[in-house]
Design a protein around this ligand. Structure first.
Ligand code: ASP
Ligand code: MG
Length: 405
């Protein structure tokens, strides 16, 4: 008997080779036997996407973004067809489709397109015929029939968007870890799997460096209340449920600690202390498409001040070029860069109602003699910029301080 629809997404490591694809096929078929309707979203095999990117770079350092999407979308097309074949081999009916075939319509922002609409007609037809439907993740098509991709990690977004469009009962995200952890277990072996986490916490963790799911996909899940279950494709353990409210005991003020080493700190020295200068600098940077984060301006007793901010490491040369030019234009001094930084953050909805969390964080760092260079906060997170070499130690110190083990 039909029990309802589940969307299952399998990441690149879950379909990295023949044996793993066969393993996914078995897993999917088990659910089919239990009476579920299934829509299965797949990523490209293993590191296929990275390999395609490096191929393109060898041919053209600045490839057209439209052609990039033509290229990258092939990875998921291949894995979806292979999974369908593996399911056929087990004696079950399955059919694979590209994003375009199932009507995932996007805007024309190649390499990071946004989904505008999903018709899903072909999926509904195939489900009616009792077939297991496989959809190539990470891709869509513009109204002009050009293939687009949804940004790195975009298969998560395909899965969440399809779960919403088809009113699925849950969206299962299969990956190579057992769920969302209190911190990266490679840094702190005492890290624990969280049974529940809220969309907001997961969003903070994703944007602060925990690489379990694509941040955009969680925004969409939050908007439409799609319940997500992150779990391992290599065992049957229950993973982490991501939903609006986490069912857990109140005492947990902090849910997780994250570490991000992919940022740089830029400092503009001797900025004239008068209205409009910050606007001038940061509008130039944003025109350049760089997302700056933590911004700190020192109090000045002279008429000059220093402004520091962080930016993604990948944008370093661009942001230095733009900032130097902007600094010269407003009569500021030198522009310094510091690549030797890491961001350590704590995340938790409990922060809203518990005072003293920041003080507790700072004292844990000070006990370990770790100097804080910058601080920023949101409603449910606190981040500190520290020296890169202290990153792992800071994570362990905070994990212990907030009793996460
Ligand atoms: N294959 C794409 C990537 O590696 C999309 C995905 O894995 O979700 O970014
Ligand atoms: Mg991938």
């Amino acid at each position: 008997m039909a029990k309802g629809l589940i969307v299952q997404k399998f990441g690149g490591s879950s379909v990295a080779n023949v044996e793993r694809i066969q393993n996914v096929a078995k897993r999917v078929v088990e659910y089919k036997k239990k009476g579920y309707d299934l829509v299965v979203v797949v990523s490209a095999l293993g590191d296929t996407t990275d390999e395609l990117i490096s191929l393109s770079e060898q041919i053209n350092k600045h490839p057209s973004e439209r052609e990039m999407d033509m290229l990258l979308s092939t990875g998921e097309q291949a894995s979806s067809a292979l999974l369908a074949m593996a399911i056929h081999k087990l004696g079950f009916e399955a059919i694979s489709f590209t994003g375009a075939q199932v009507g995932i319509i996007t805007d024309t922002d190649f390499t990071k397109a946004k989904i505008i609409d999903i018709s899903a007609d072909k999926i509904k037809d195939a489900l009616k015929k009792k077939k297991i439907v496989i959809v190539a993740g990470f891709q869509g098509i513009t109204r002009n029939q050009d293939i687009t991709t949804l940004g790195r990690g975009g298969s998560d977004l395909t899965a969440v968007a399809l779960a919403k469009a088809l009113s699925a009962r849950t969206c299962e995200i299969y990956t190579d870890v057992d769920g969302v952890y209190t911190t990266d277990p490679r840094i702190e072996p005492k890290a624990k799997k969280l049974p529940h986490i809220t969309y907001d916490e997961m969003l903070e963790m994703a944007s602060l460096g925990a690489q379990v799911m694509q941040a955009r996909s969680i925004e969409v899940a939050k908007k439409f209340n799609v319940i997500i279950h992150v779990r391992s494709s290599f065992n049957k353990h229950e993973g982490t449920i991501i939903s609006k409210e986490a069912k857990r005991m109140e005492e947990f003020v902090i849910s997780g600690v994250t570490l991000n080493k992919n940022e740089v700190k830029i400092t503009i020295c001797d900025v004239p202390d008068k209205p409009g200068v910050a606007a001038k600098i940061f509008s130039k940077i944003s025109e350049g498409g760089v997302n700056v984060d933590m911004i700190v301006q020192n109090v000045s007793h002279t008429r000059q001040t220093d402004i520091s901010f962080t930016a993604p490491k990948a944008d370093l040369s661009k942001v230095m070029r733009i900032t130097k030019k902007a600094a010269a234009n407003i009569g500021a001094g030198k522009v310094l860069k510091d690549e030797d930084i890491a961001r350590v953050s704590i995340v938790g909805v409990g922060m809203k109602t518990h005072p003293g969390v920041a003080a507790k964080m700072f004292s844990a760092l000070s006990k370990h003699d770790i100097n804080i260079e910058m601080i920023s906060t949101s409603e449910i997170s606190i981040s500190c910029i520290i020296k890169k070499k202290s990153g792992e130690e800071a994570v362990r110190a905070l994990h212990a301080q907030f009793n996460l083990a």
